[in-house]
Ligand binder design. Sequence first.
Ligand code: SF4
Length: 170
Amino acid sequence: MNYDLFRKSGDACIVNLGHPTKAARVFERLYGIPIVRPDEIGKYGIVMFSLVSFRDFESVARIAHLKTEGQEWIAGGNAATNSVGINWIMDYVWIGDAFMAMREILSGLRDHPSMLKCSDIHPVSYHNEPIFQDPISKSEILLSKGCVRRCLFCVHGFREDYMEHSSQKE
Ligand code: SF4
């Protein structure tokens, strides 16, 4: 896949907050988005965040001073589905799966039911994709997504349905 074909609003990177997520590594491999250290984000027009826990919100706050004029910050990931702790610094938050949607996001997709515009908070809907079939790496594949327990206190505000490769639904 040629990332240059759909890059529009400047080079994009994914910032490494200390633990590159599986999703970040897939985006790097599929779309050529580099995973960079916080002190390297200044040269990119779009800075993406893959957030998996509320503790990542503190990491975001620690690097907020690195955001440059005109730079676009976009967050995704499980923790971002409950985005109140990051809306103040993000431009957009993608709510839901993005393995496939990332192509459109890189192409400039911002007006979408699952894209929260942080300067204009509005209801959003969860973007639910099938289990991503491609290997994460040479030794990792996704066998399921979601969680069977659906705890009310879960970081994942939408608590998506559990799916496995074999059944695709619990
Ligand atoms: S639903 Fe409960 S068990 Fe599942 S990930 Fe969330 S907190 Fe953990």
